[in-house]
Design a protein around this ligand. Structure first.
Ligand SMILES: [Zn+2]
Length: 241
């Protein structure tokens, strides 16, 4: 038989085989996640890393990686990350190709910085503050607590798959005012320990207040959510030691 005809005759079989393996792979991943049961009230740093890895795989599939020639992000990140207190968390960062002036952090140590923010900041200190603020959200457990809160009602034992699913729906909910203030406070302490001047935080918020109309807040932007206002945050940092 002509090889070409054989190829076309067997095409449906080839398709089924190919599809089968993809389905097996997906089913396998789901099973692995479902098997991992977690005590929601007592998630260890290692478990948080696992949650972060699973969640990052989901989020990053929808992200476009960006680059910058303006800053040595790696150098600044490495200086600031030395000051975190939870040393077992696998901290890392990624640049996202997105024009919005924003950055965000997820449980398990990953910080995402938009190219829009890298273009907006005017000094290494400003960028160091943003990185420190995001790292503080993770280090102070704001990220993992946000996931926990969605499950706390009645459920103590959940699976990793359930948590990742919950996180996908809560990662774009802004942190509350107290978490923001705490991340600003610890962010400033961390950047200072790393050798940066807190003026970076003050400059950043003052210029942000001009860049964004404070009456038009973006609820899912970590720096311009409904509260607290940028100028209020700049003033708080001015008062810090
Ligand atoms: Zn924040």
């Amino acid at each position: 038989m002509n090889l070409k005809i054989l190829f076309w005759l067997l095409l449906p079989v080839q398709f089924i085989i190919a599809q089968g393996s993809i389905f097996d792979e997906i089913a396998g991943t789901i099973n692995d996640l479902t098997k991992i049961s977690l005590n929601i009230l007592d998630i260890s740093d290692t478990e948080e890393n696992d949650i972060g890895t699973a969640l990052a795989a989901e989020l990053e599939s929808e992200m476009k990686t960006g680059t910058t020639k303006k800053w040595d992000v790696k150098k600044i990140f490495n200086k600031v990350v030395k000051t975190v207190s939870r040393k077992n968390i696998k901290y890392s960062y990624k640049i996202v190709a997105d024009d919005e002036v924003n950055a965000f952090a997820i449980a398990g140590g990953r910080v995402y910085i938009n190219t829009g923010l890298l273009n907006f900041v005017k000094s290494e200190e400003e960028l160091a503050f943003v990185i420190a603020h995001e790292l503080a959200h993770i280090d102070k457990k704001h990220c993992i607590n946000k996931i926990k809160l969605t499950y706390i009602a009645g459920k103590v034992n959940v699976t990793l798959a359930m948590l990742v699913d919950a996180m996908k729906s809560v990662y774009d909910i802004p942190f509350n005012k107290y978490d923001e203030f705490e991340a600003d406070d610890f962010g400033v302490k961390m950047m200072q320990k790393a050798g940066y001047n807190k003026k970076g935080g003050i400059d950043f918020f003052k210029r942000l207040a001009v860049h964004f109309d404070e009456s038009e807040r973006d609820p899912i932007n970590d720096f311009v959510a409904s509260h607290p206002l940028s100028l209020e945050r700049a003033k708080r940092i001015e008062k810090m030691k």
